[in-house]
Design a protein around this ligand. Sequence first.
Ligand code: TXA
Ligand code: MG
Length: 352
Amino acid sequence: MRLLNPQTQADAVEQAAQRLADGGLLALPTETVYGLGARADDDEAVARIFAAKGRPSNHPLIVHVPNAHAALCFASEIPPAARRLMDAFWPGPLTVIVPRHPDCAAAAAGGQHSIGLRCPDHPLAHQLLEAAAKLGVLGVAAPSANRFGRVSPTRAEHVVSEFDGQGEGLDEVWVLDGGPCDVGIESTIVDCSRGYPVLLRPGQITLTQIQAVTGERVGVSTPDKPDASAPRASGTLMAHYAPRAKVRLMPGDLLLVALDAFELEVKEHPALLHESRPRLAVYSRSLWAHRSSIPGVVHRAMPPEPAAAAYHLFADLRELDDLGVDLIWVETPPDDPAWAGVLDRLSRAAAA
Ligand code: TXA
Ligand code: MG
């Protein structure tokens, strides 16, 4: 593991770009989450990503490009809906899936005839992609830099804890430290490779915004309501983004009832409590004022506003998990399009 920090190393970006050009693995910051990158035009380099993550090699990866022009290297065609979305939201937290150029990035696409493309809006990612392009790297394939099925990393330290000392080959992961990610949950994914655009994964850019920009009907294919023709995609598996603790999502009123029951139960059976660590974490926007302290329970406040909630979500889940709790009870976010991304990640964590 090598940590490259542009604050202290003047040539950090150049070293990172060279690492990619050499076919090595590099975790890079983006505005959404950290990605585990390798050059997308080299199938052997891409194979290292699947090995490091423990991800099945038929699950397609997102290819990161420095600009819309570079996207043309990987696509056989840019359908009009994709073009409009790229014009409106790139650089930014939006991935478009378009028909793949048949000669390009077959491994990165997990063998699919389509490919996911994204131009990230993060100054370091942008410098890196530009510097790598100068070394002949057409694009960087990068899934989130976590082990398969685990919580995505939003800080360089999270990436280090996912991959450091975790077995052979993984010391090969280099990390470019870009500080905490601004958005905090992964990009919105829109499949534009079929007849009409389909939202595959909600994120900061909402369904309403996508509808407004494409001006057409947008299908939705989420894990709980899969569209029959949707391609296989690991981020669209229900059991994903899972902490070690068991996550349960509950509306606020039910969570309070459950907490009362928990309090009674541990009063009657103190042996249920652990000596050295809390048993239950409550992650809620508003509830804690109603219950001050219950033995064995810690509370973490979820920000009341969706962008801030997304920003903190994965870091908070990791921290609660690291406390060693058995259970994380989460207050269900509001039923509002602006919360769709956070709700999606929490629902999947709860399904694991
Ligand atoms: O914000 C993000 O999108 C982050 C950062 C690093 O850019 N990346 C990310 O990658 O979340 P990953 O691999 O964890 O999730 C990518 C999702 C998966 O669900 C994958 O299956 C889907 O995109 N995907 C990629 N290419 C696809 C394709 N051709 N067809 C269908 N789904 C695709
Ligand atoms: Mg992921």
